[in-house]
Design a protein. Structure first.
Ligand code: SAH
Length: 447
């Protein structure tokens, strides 16, 4: 979502004359779009600011001011504290305030002193954002939901991103239509708890995420739909049925479980136990047998014993994930778990993380290896590292390299997978799909 938000900030600044540059050294405006989810990410902001302070000073000596901004969830959580620790910062604004960026830039130039905006405005920022454009992309993010009301005891998101809100169905469809008309073929719907999506549909009450996806599947040229991030207890039958019925919905799901221990899941306030999670996975796989699953894990949550950790390892064996993100528990200020007794020593966390990651990596390697010799449709959406090479994504989110002519960019092609590496696949081009097949299920239904 930070990638998406940063793109939108770029869109907002274009009309007042800003364009993105690759390095900060000669930028007139530098925005750090920050993440507060773990301590490491949050602390990185201050080390980056230290470097930027020097660049700003060098530019000032040359008579060229640099405006320095901190955006995102660290800005939201620490506001004034940033201005105290880094008084050379000119702007601090939260994730719900960035639509006011042009006005803030003007204020910084007009007034003395820093601009601070960490309010949650009454009207959604989306009402003020320009329509997203494809800008040469074939795969794009689209925020449909923001905020979270679930209050997992480890998590800062409800405090930094605010309460759950959904964008109206018509707005999402308009944005997706605009992206597809510009050549985008794959859209990933975003939300901190995307399953909480309940968007207003004019005259129809609200639509669930499953129903929204069904509506998006009617958009011409939009061949692939994904969504992230999911909260298991809120996956409903509409969504499960969407996985069964909607061909454009890709057979890959990121479904964070966090732990395999019921005791720990309860202490995390997750509203699912290990067996609920496994049952949900079964239902999803019955709906879409080739569904590939990835997940998030936290090791060393306060009170986690060896037996609790073993339950997590057992769950990984039972579910067979194809990829995962795993983290050492990081106490976050203001969250209930940070104050719990039984904080786990760092060396224990490190040991558990290593064991878990070995298992998860083995699962990923086995999944990639299993693709060798198979045919897969791949959306080619970028240049590879070597000349004549393009790179794309399989339906299961694997990165795939292939030797292919440049005019294949933006096409969904059939590949035969020849080799598997830990983080990617290599394929060879079978025939490029005829353009009508490239329209996906809607064209097939009409034929
Ligand atoms: N639903 C959210 C999750 C974002 S955080 C979203 O999509 O925006 C991503 C992952 O970070 C979580 O699933 C969790 O595994 C991990 N995480 C969150 N808080 C953490 C903490 N305090 N310590 C360690 N890991 C954490």
């Amino acid at each position: 979502m930070n990638v998406y938000d940063a793109e939108r900030m770029t869109d907002l600044l274009a009309p007042i004359g800003y364009e993105a540059v690759d390095i900060p050294d000669d930028a007139d405006l530098v925005i750090l779009n920050t993440c507060h989810i773990r301590e490491k990410a949050a602390e990185k902001v201050y080390s980056d600011l230290g470097r930027l302070r020097q660049m700003k000073a060098v530019r000032a000596d040359g008579g060229e001011p640099m405006v320095l901004a901190v955006a995102g969830c660290v800005a939201q959580a620490e506001g004034e504290e940033i201005l105290r620790r880094a008084p050379f910062v000119d702007m601090v604004f939260g994730p719900q305030a960035y639509h006011r960026l042009p006005e803030m830039v003007a204020r910084v130039h007009r007034e003395k002193g820093a601009v601070l905006d960490t309010e949650f405005p009454a009207r959604s920022k989306f009402d003020y954002l320009p329509k997203p454009e494809a800008q040469g992309r074939f795969s794009a993010f689209l925020t449909v939901q923001e905020g979270c009301d679930k209050f997992c005891t480890f998590c800062v998101v409800p405090y930094t991103r605010g309460a759950e809100t959904s964008r109206p169905v018509a707005d999402v469809i308009a944005d997706a239509g605009n992206l597809a008309a510009g050549g985008v073929r794959e859209i990933t719907l975003l939300g901190q708890n995307v399953n909480a999506y309940h968007g207003q549909a004019r005259g129809f009450g609200t639509k669930t995420l499953g129903k929204l996806i069904a509506a998006l599947a009617d958009i011409d040229g939009l061949d692939r739909i994904r969504y992230t991030t999911s909260y298991p207890a809120e996956i409903d039958s509409d969504l499960i049925n969407a996985h069964r019925d909607i061909e454009q919905l890709m057979p890959y799901l990121h479904l964070p479980v966090q732990s395999g221990s019921d005791r720990i899941l309860h202490a995390m306030n997750r509203r699912h136990g290990a067996s609920d999670y496994k049952r949900l996975v079964e239902r999803l796989r019955r709906a879409r047998p080739d569904l590939a699953l990835s997940s998030d894990f936290i090791v060393g949550f306060p009170g986690e014993s060896d037996a609790d950790f073993k339950a997590t390892m057992d769950l990984v064996d039972a579910v067979e994930f194809v990829g995962a993100y795993s983290f050492k528990y990081s106490p976050r200020p203001g969250t209930p778990a940070a104050a719990l007794l039984g904080q786990v020593p760092d060396d224990v966390k490190s040991e558990r993380l290593q064991a878990l990651q070995e298992k998860l990596n083995a699962g990923q390697a086995a999944f990639n290896q299993g693709a060798v010799g198979k045919k897969m449709s791949v959306l080619l959406d970028g240049a590879g590292r070597h000349s004549g090479q393009l790179i794309g994504r399989s339906p299961y989110m694997q990165a795939v390299h292939v030797q292919a002519p440049e005019d294949h960019l933006g096409k969904i092609v059939e590949l035969e997978i020849e080799a598997a590496h830990p983080n990617s696949l290599a394929g060879t081009l079978l025939d490029a799909l005829p353009e009508h097949e490239n329209l996906g299920a809607s064209a097939e239904a009409m034929a």
